[in-house]
Design a protein around this ligand. Sequence first.
Ligand SMILES: [Zn+2]
Ligand SMILES: [Zn+2]
Length: 97
Amino acid sequence: MTCKGICIRHKAQKPVGSGRYALGQRRCQICEIFINWVGLWCPCCGYRLRSKPRNLKYKDKLRARRKREEIDMLIHKQPAPQIQKPGKSIMHKSVDR
Ligand SMILES: [Zn+2]
Ligand SMILES: [Zn+2]
């Protein structure tokens, strides 16, 4: 199982605005390339193609982000949720004019 250079002919362009896997592009680990290919196996090296992103990594990323948002929320909540102080807004108006 080695790269024979055939995959280059099927090389997929990097999509704008959406994921490669969403567009049906497949990744060959051996050729280290994304190709436009409908089959399950690489036409070049014959290795099984990846048609989905690595779930674990994606989930980890998502979880990490959610945790960060939670922490952010906690930090922002502590002083008190944004309460409009009448005195402040009046001051703002006078500054504007
Ligand atoms: Zn190849
Ligand atoms: Zn390949």
